[in-house]
Design a protein around this ligand. Structure first.
Ligand code: CAO
Length: 416
């Protein structure tokens, strides 16, 4: 049984952050009605196009399991249709630039008047404050949320990460807010406003870096490689390269084939409890009892030497062999997987994390399925809708228009 069955979502989202959220709700069983501008729709339909005349992967991969309704919300008839949608739906999700909903005539006050049970959820770049009116994209959020200043190497510039923590990360946060507000509504009968600011979401994901900022007051961050290398700390959390974020030193090390394959690497953590096993595996049994190496504290100033020795060993093995040898020994390692490897990985296909989808315009493509698995409510990935594909069925079956009234909406040009 679909967990969110019966919940209707008026989906006013576009690009990535908002669509990530509504796609999750759709996977959990909500009826997500994506309202798009007639003629063009979500701008991503036509961005990074790889198959001419077909919706881009950018769009299809973020809009599964939704229905599409085209509606000009600046047209008078369009506004009437929108008002009926607001009355019929449980949740409205939007990620327009600040003020766009108000300009459309559908700010929170008006929404509440039309439907007091409505949950109105928004992604914005910033929360209330000096930047609240700014338009924001992924990398802006990564920079303003502290991710860029703490990512990269100490001798290099701030760096953004390929994981879309600003967009998709915020969409995830918003989805949790919506489901929580639905639970609250069940108890109180009232809707509420839900806001996830991209800066806040990135800061939340960078929590451990604010931890380290405060620890600096107590002295150098000893688990950072720079400490062992004798590089002084400044007054802010530095970039830590590939150091692991916890107290256990970790690095990315070369594996067999690294000189030809840019991803022939493994992550390797020198977990304190696994030290004897690590030493045995790499043939350095003398280090197990040697007081110069035996304790995590003693090793802190010798991490380059320690990881150098481990790398001499990992370079004789493939990243998969390292995994096979280390896992049974409780040594935490992880192969650096390329997107090609991920897309070909059999087990990810079997769990539905990577899914092949058929699309009428573009044929088959791969996508990421629902990353959260519910035992009683498994998510089945269905292709994204074509622009306006569900106009008629939504106008008739959801909104109850028929006969001359339906015809007058069509004639008004409100749905394109
Ligand atoms: N019919 C008629 N008009 C419509 C419409 C429809 N169906 N859907 C949208 N519009 C109009 C809106 O009313 C608005 O018009 P006004 O500016 O005249 O009020 C406009 O289209 C939407 O504008 P926008 O400012 O949101 O879009 P943009 O391309 O200029 O900005 C973005 C895009 C993402 C920067 C901005 O929406 C934003 O900052 N959103 C919040 C943060 C966010 O989600 N960022 C991440 C996006 S994913 O990388």
């Amino acid at each position: 049984m679909e967990a969110l069955k019966g919940i209707k979502v008026l989906d006013f989202t576009h690009v990535q952050s908002g669509p990530t959220c509504t796609q999750l709700l759709a996977w959990f069983g909500a009826d997500v009605i994506k309202v798009e501008r007639p003629g063009s729709g979500d701008p991503t339909r036509a961005q990074l196009v790889d198959v001419p005349e077909a919706d881009s992967l950018y769009f299809t991969m973020l809009n599964h399991n939704k229905r599409s309704l085209t509606l000009n919300t600046k047209n008078e008839t369009g506004k009437q249709v929108l008002e009926r949608l607001v009355a019929k739906c449980d949740v409205l999700v939007e990620n327009f630039a600040p003020g766009a909903m108000e300009r459309m005539g559908f700010g929170w006050e008006q929404i509440q008047k039309i439907n007091p049970r409505m949950i109105m959820a928004s992604v914005k770049g910033f929360g209330p404050g000096p930047y609240e009116d700014c338009k924001v994209y992924e990398n802006v959020a990564q920079c303003a949320g502290g991710a860029a200043s703490t990512t990269g190497f100490i001798d290099g510039p701030p760096t953004v990460t390929g994981a879309q923590i600003g967009d998709s990360g915020t969409g995830l946060h918003l989805a949790l807010g919506i489901v929580t507000a639905l639970f609250h509504r069940q108890n109180t009968g009232k809707g509420q406003r839900v806001l996830a600011a991209m800066q806040d979401s990135v800061i939340n994901l960078c929590r451990v870096k604010l931890r380290d900022q405060q620890r600096l007051a107590a002295g150098p961050l000893e688990e950072y490689s720079q400490h062992g290398e004798g590089i002084e700390f400044g007054d802010t959390t530095p970039r830590a390269g590939n150091d692991s974020g916890g107290g256990q030193p970790g690095r990315i090390l070369k594996c067999k084939g690294w000189d030809k394959d840019p991803n022939a690497y493994t992550y390797f953590i020198t977990q304190a409890a696994a030290w004897p096993n690590i030493c045995t595996a790499i043939g350095k049994t003398g280090w197990i009892e040697d007081p110069e190496y035996a304790t995590p504290k003693a090793r802190l100033t010798k991490l380059n030497e320690v990881f150098g020795a481990i790398e001499d060993w990992t370079m004789t093995k493939t990243k998969y062999e390292v995994m096979q040898i280390c896992n049974p020994l409780d040594i935490p390692v992880g192969p650096i997987l390329s997107m090609k490897e991920i897309s070909e990985e059999k087990s990810l296909r079997e769990t539905g994390t990577i899914v092949k989808v058929e699309h009428p315009e573009r044929g088959p493509y791969l996508t990421v399925g629902c990353p959260v698995k519910l035992s009683a409510s498994p998510a089945e990935v269905k292709r994204s809708p074509l622009l306006g594909e569900h106009n008629e069925e939504i106008l008739k079956n959801v909104l109850g228009y028929e006969g001359p009234e339906l015809q007058s909406i069509i004639d008004s040009g409100a749905i394109g």
